[in-house]
Design a protein around this ligand. Structure first.
Ligand code: NZQ
Ligand code: ZN
Length: 391
């Protein structure tokens, strides 16, 4: 295991009706003037926004509001949010929604305290200062409720890029699984896929002797495989939703990624798809990850065989571990199909003729170093080959 530091200061409040305590927690964490940030309207229709406002009112906390965050959140609204916060003297950002809303809130929080263009943070500058951010989460997926990251798309050039810094970890996050019961089945499934992808990005490592994090990841993957069919069959299954929601947090606050090299090529290869075709991030990952696995299996066939055996229950063929490894990838594909996720580039809007652009941008766009991935270092041609496997 490698040396590491781990700082995860988020105060988690989990369970039914907890959104009604939002005001109390804003007060505890020092907010006096809040920007309530939300998406395209699901929180208005469900009545959640009104309940959150009532809880702020009960504590005498003032707010401004900014809705309209789109999935794959855009820089335009971030600039608007920064201006609004400065004008209204906002000292606390409250995201009510999913990963896109939370990421937009984090970008505003960092941008308000920065004299330059907030996009600098999405070109590699570490985020060292930000207003406090808190979340009321409505979808188990991105893990932004506990993570140090934010992903924003710049309209000019449709570049989708990430920023990170511990100061962007939410000060508190309210996780009520019942709030996810209104999700369309497709969004539930895309969220499940993203959670599993966060686990695989960490599982595929060259670091030896990481039994503790291997086993935590395997347990979380098995939880997703167990709970996903339950929640697809019955969207109101609170207990299945609860297990998925907490797994989503654990998959991405990095408790199971510490002390080991990680990969992240699949995420960056996917970000080009959601930037160009505006597909759901999880749906893009359903197409990318099995292709990435197939392309890179030879790099460490025993690691692929291990996950196939321990997580998917494929019999271990010690004489031919590649058989076990392949069976695991097939099991993953079948699972994704069973929850309604796409399988091909075309299904997320992709076109074969875009592949050279996609591969080039994934490797070189916006100051990228020219390669992708930590487990296997991919060149532009490898990335193009992985896109071709999705056809
Ligand atoms: O905008 P509204 O109307 O709220 O509708 C949303 C949106 O259309 C809807 N939705 C959310 N909760 C709902 C609901 N509809 C009904 N009932 C509810 N309870 O679902 C749609 C998707 O929402 P979004 O916030 O985009 O989903 P998600 O949480 O999957 O976030 C995706 C974004 O997170 C980024 C992705 O790249 C993508 O841009 N990621 C962020 C990460 C991070 N910050 O650490 C890591 C991830 O790997 C990921 O890259
Ligand atoms: Zn993700």
């Amino acid at each position: 295991m490698n040396n590491f530091t781990f700082y995860s200061p988020t105060y988690f409040v989990f369970g039914k009706d907890e959104e009604n305590n939002t005001g109390k927690y804003v007060r505890r964490f020092g907010g006096t003037k809040v920007l309530i940030h939300f998406g395209g309207g699901s929180v208005v229709r469900s009545g959640l926004l009104d309940r959150v406002k009532a809880s702020l009112e009960a504590e005498g906390i003032a707010w401004a509001e900014l809705g309209g965050v789109k999935p794959n959140p855009r820089s335009g609204l971030v600039y608007e949010g920064i201006e609004l916060c400065r004008k209204e003297n906002v000292d606390f950002i409250l995201a009510v929604g999913g990963g896109s809303t939370i990421d937009s809130a984090k970008a505003i929080a960092a941008g308000v305290l920065y004299d330059g263009d907030f996009w600098d943070y999405y070109c590699g500058k570490p985020v060292e200062k930000a207003l406090p951010v808190a979340t009321v989460l409505t979808i188990a997926a991105a893990g932004s409720e506990g993570s140090d990251g934010s992903v924003i798309t710049k309209e000019e050039g449709m570049l989708k890029r990430a920023a990170s810094g511990d100061v962007m970890r939410p000060v508190f996050s309210i996780l009520n699984p019942a709030l996810t019961q209104t999700l369309p089945a497709f969004q539930t499934a895309a969220g499940i896929t993203d959670i599993m992808a966060h686990l695989f990005e960490r599982y595929f490592t060259n670091t030896k002797d990481v039994e503790v994090t291997d086993r935590v990841i395997e347990g979380l993957l098995m939880t997703m495989i167990h709970e996903a069919p339950r929640v697809i069959a019955d969207p109101d299954d609170y207990q299945a939703r609860a297990n998925i929601m907490w797994a989503g947090m654990m998959a991405h606050n990095d408790c199971c990624g510490v002390g080991r090299e990680q990969d992240w090529a699949s995420h960056n290869i996917e970000h080009e798809l959601s930037a160009l075709y505006d597909c759901a991030h999880g749906a893009g990952l359903a197409v990318v990850f099995p292709a990435w696995m197939e392309y890179n299996m030879e790099h460490d066939v025993m690691r692929f065989a291990q996950v196939a055996n321990r997580v998917w229950g494929c019999p271990m063929d010690f004489a031919h571990p590649e058989v076990t490894a392949k069976a695991g990838i097939t099991a993953f594909r079948n699972f994704l199909r069973s929850i309604g996720m796409p399988q091909t580039l075309a299904e997320v809007g992709g076109k074969e003729e875009d592949i050279p652009y996609l591969a080039h941008t994934a490797c070189y766009g916006n100051g990228n170093s020219g390669t992708q991935g930590g487990f296997v270092v991919l060149q532009e041609e490898d990335v193009a080959n992985i896109y071709r496997l999705m056809l």
